[in-house]
Design a binder for this molecule. Sequence first.
Ligand code: ACO
Length: 325
Amino acid sequence: MSRYSRITGTGSFLPPKRVTNAELATQLAANGIETSDEWIVERTGIRARHFAEPDVGSSELGVHAARRALEAAGRQPSDIDLIIVATSTPDMVFPSTATILQNKLGIAGCPAFDVQAVCSGFVYALTVADAMIRTGTASRALVIGSEVFSRILDWTDRTTCVLFGDGAGAVVLEASDTPGLLASDLHADGKHVEILCVPGGVSGGKVHGNPLLRMDGQAVFKLAVGVLDQAARAVLKKAERTEADIDWLIPHQANIRIMQGTARKLKLPADKLVVTVDQHGNTSAASIPLALDVAVRSGKVRQGDTVMLEGVGGGFTWGAVLLDF
Ligand code: ACO
C-alpha cells in the first residue's frame, strides 16, 4: 500500500495589535515619511496588518498557531514526531525556532528544524514534511510558518515598510493511505539575491551590513508573476490535473495585483482566490498557512477540495503544492 501525507488540522495566530493604513500613515508622518491609505490599497490591496509586541518572537506566534492546528486535528503535542518551522525572522541565530517552539509545546525528542526560503518557506517546509512522511521518517508533522517581519523593516523606506505584517499559520500533516499532497514543484535562482534581501549578519559580536529589508518592488513584481504561473502549471502536470480541478488558489499574500494576475493566467474565477493580504499584509512564510486556516475556518475550504498553494520570495525562491484537503 502506498503511503501519502494529508493535512488533518489547520491553525493560525495574529498578534492582537492591528494597525490600519491610516494609523500607519499617521505614525510614519511623525517621522517625515509620507504615505496614504489610498496609495497602499491601490498598489497592494493591503488595508491593515498586525504587529507583535517587542518581546514576542516567531516561536511564540508559531506555538499559538500550532496549538490551534493540533486542536483542529484532534491531536496532542505528544502525538507529533516532526516539527518544521518556516521563518526568516527566527528568535535567535541558533538554535532553530523549531526547537524553541518544541519546548514551548512541552515535548522533546522528535526532530525539529527551520526552513529558510523567505516567502516560499511554507511550500518548501510542507514538501520536506511530505517527503519525510512518505519515506516513513515521520508520521505526524507540525509544519508552521511564523514571522515577525516588523523587526526587519526600515521605517524610513515607505516603499517597503507599509507592506509587511507579523503572524503565524500551522498545519498538522499526517501519514495517510489516500493522497492529500498530490505534487510539489520547488525552485530557486540565487542570481536574484539583490532584488529582495536583508543584507546583514552578525559577526564578532557586531551587526555587519544592513539588517533591514531591501526590495526592488518592480523587479520582484515582474519575476513573481512569471514564475508563479510556471510553478502552477508544473505542479498540475505532475499531479495529472488541470486548472479546472482547482477549487481554491492560495498564493503567497504579498500583493493583490500579483495574486489576481496569477488567478487570471490560470483562468480561475475571482471567487476561487483566497485573499487575506487585505487584513494581514505580507507575512512572508506565514501568509499561506494563515490564509489556508482562515479559508478553512470560514467554511470555504472543505474536506475533499483541491487546493493549490503557491509561494514566491527572496532568494529568489518559488514553488507550488497541489493537495486534496
Ligand atoms: N506611499 C506613497 N507613495 C509611495 C509609497 C508609499 N508607501 N511607496 C512608493 N511610493 C511612490 C514612489 O516613490 C513612486 O513615486 P514617483 O513616481 O514620484 O517616483 C510611486 O509611488 C510609484 O512607485 P513604484 O515603486 O513604481 O510603485 P509600484 O506600482 O511598483 O508599487 C510595490 C510598489 C507595491 C512595492 C510593487 O512594486 C510590488 O508589490 N512589488 C512586488 C512586491 C512583492 O510582492 N514583494 C513580496 C514578495 S517576496 C516577500 O514577500 C519577501
